[in-house]
Design a protein around this ligand. Structure first.
Ligand code: MN3
Length: 202
């Protein structure tokens, strides 16, 4: 069975970017719905209910045909949101450090340039989806609840949810304002440490 991940913060910790009401809707309603629908989809597949959610996201095309689409959507929704919550913190440095900062500067010229490119990509995403920074420092969009690990071996470093449900309650159509405030709550300390742990030896 899949369950909501525990958060390392309170739902009212991000008032500078996300209201407590919107956090509650997003985490306790939207994310919970993906978890519930994934469990319902897999009720007759007990072995799959025990797999890590990222395994399902990476391999859904190899599952029984009748569950491929719901697993794609609901495992993707569960995994993407779990990653997203894990990239946020109310108390963190406002810039990356160490190896990740080196890689960002090497690819984009500066951290500010990276933020501009990532923000533009997220602002330009048509419809519902996510914007990602991957381990090779590429910035990509995925539609709906798709995740980059399905189509290759690139690993996410950071993502932002740009479905309307992620910002409409607080920002209505002003996606650019949501993206601008998103930078205030990114947990660069953890992301920089994770990047070093996961990719430092490559
Ligand atoms: Mn969402």
């Amino acid at each position: 069975m899949f369950v909501l991940p525990t958060l390392n913060y309170q739902l009212d910790d991000f008032k500078m970017a996300i209201s407590p009401e919107m956090m509650s809707l997003h985490y306790e309603k939207h994310h919970q719905a993906y978890v519930d629908k994934l469990n319902a989809t897999l009720k007759d597949f007990p072995d799959l209910l025990e797999k890590p959610v990222e395994f399902l996201v990476a391999n859904y095309r190899h599952l029984s045909e009748n569950i491929q689409t719901p697993v794609r959507n609901f495992a993707g929704g569960h995994y993407n949101h779990s990653l997203f919550w894990g990239y946020l913190s109310p108390v963190s440095s406002d810039a990356p450090s160490g190896l990740l900062l080196d890689k960002i500067v090497e690819k984009f010229g500066s951290f500010e340039k990276f933020k501009e490119e990532f923000s533009a990509k997220a602002l330009g995403l048509f419809g519902s989806g996510w914007t990602w920074l991957l381990d090779d420092m590429s910035i990509v969009n995925t539609a709906n609840q798709d995740n980059p690990i399905t189509d290759g071996n690139r690993k996410p470093v950071l993502c932002i949810d740009v479905w309307e449900h992620a910002y409409y309650f607080d920002y209505t159509y002003r996606r650019a304002d949501f993206i601008a405030n998103f930078w205030k709550i990114v947990d660069w300390d953890k992301i920089s440490q994770d990047y070093l742990s996961n990719f430092g030896k490559i």
